[in-house]
Design a protein around this ligand. Sequence first.
Ligand SMILES: [Zn+2]
Ligand SMILES: [Zn+2]
Length: 415
Amino acid sequence: MTLDPKLSCRRCTNNAAVFISRKEPFCRECFVRFLRGKQRKQMADYKVCYDPSTSAPQIPPKILLALSLSESSLSLFEMLVSLLHEQRKMHRGNSGFELFVVHVDQSNVYPYPAGMEPNTILENIRQNYHDTCTITCTPVDDFFADARTGLQFIHDASDIAEYSLLEDQALDSKITVSDLLTNIRDRTSKLDILQIIRETLIFKTAKELECTTILWGDTMSRLAEKTLSLTAKGRGSVIPYLLSDGSRNDIHNIYPLREVLRSEAEEYINLLDISKYVSKPSIKTPNVLRMMTIDDLLGNYFADIEKGFPSIVSTVVRTAAKLTDTVARARYACALCGLPCDDESPERWLQDITVNQSAPTADSTCEQDSIGVVKDRQRPIICYGCLIATKGASFPWISTIASSKEAVLDEYELH
Ligand SMILES: [Zn+2]
Ligand SMILES: [Zn+2]
């Protein structure tokens, strides 16, 4: 953007403006401070704490940043590094958190531009930031790495009720995420399942590294897109659970950029000269409207909206935040996405609404025969969104909710 050189920053009224955001001209320093302020507000709890009795600094919590190498995740990375530097300077080398970074490498699924492969980029980042963080790179195929302990099942293409355990069948370790995705025809569903795999790996890494918090780089624009796309994909019930800050899988989740627009994150990395680290797999967006995924369409929509009417973006996100979370305490978790599922069997509900007889009452769906119950419940529970996403597909999967068949059966017996 070329600005009038006479235009000065409205905050300091001294320096020349370099960027206009939300109709306000900013100089470089004021803009950087403005965005960092928004991130720090969301992470106010992560300051240096001292033990009241000994005055010694407390051991800082380990936090994991999910770094997708997009503009927004990189800007959050830089903000965290700058916060760490500042804390160390002011607290004689102590900090309010210990920073871990994870990137899920999808190069086996989608090619990256030459020379911009995640390993190369991450190595460059490591060289410059090794004193502030530990960086891990997880190949997307690690999803199938611990197949021996995973719960495996297949979705029979002919009948939505035919999700079943593949008992005793050793999962071939050569199964790749790419294989799995070729079983799914619809592009929206393909990317939806890929996102579930990425998030599963990020949670797994957090547990392995004993991190108590995961930071997600989603901007306000991205959260608005997700709100609408989750609704369109039949995953509306998990919006408050998924997009609010809070505990998921016993790990605290924060979206520190929830008040930052995507265009602001993009400008931030340009001003701080870290745009050279941006690396995205080349997932081609088709030009034909009918071929676009829901996320493509919403991405375009919000990119236009945030230029002229940023308040619409924040209205969507704030409205989503006001929704009541009805699923967090749900009894069941979907075997595919691992998200809470408030209905024991959406597939049964789907069948009930498509046949010409009244739906059975809640009581009659529950088998009295104890053997029958166990038998019936060996079938994994799949949420409505995953049923839709995997319709017509047939593939193996590693359950995100249980590590062994015994654990699954034990859990069922407790209910
Ligand atoms: Zn200024
Ligand atoms: Zn699901």
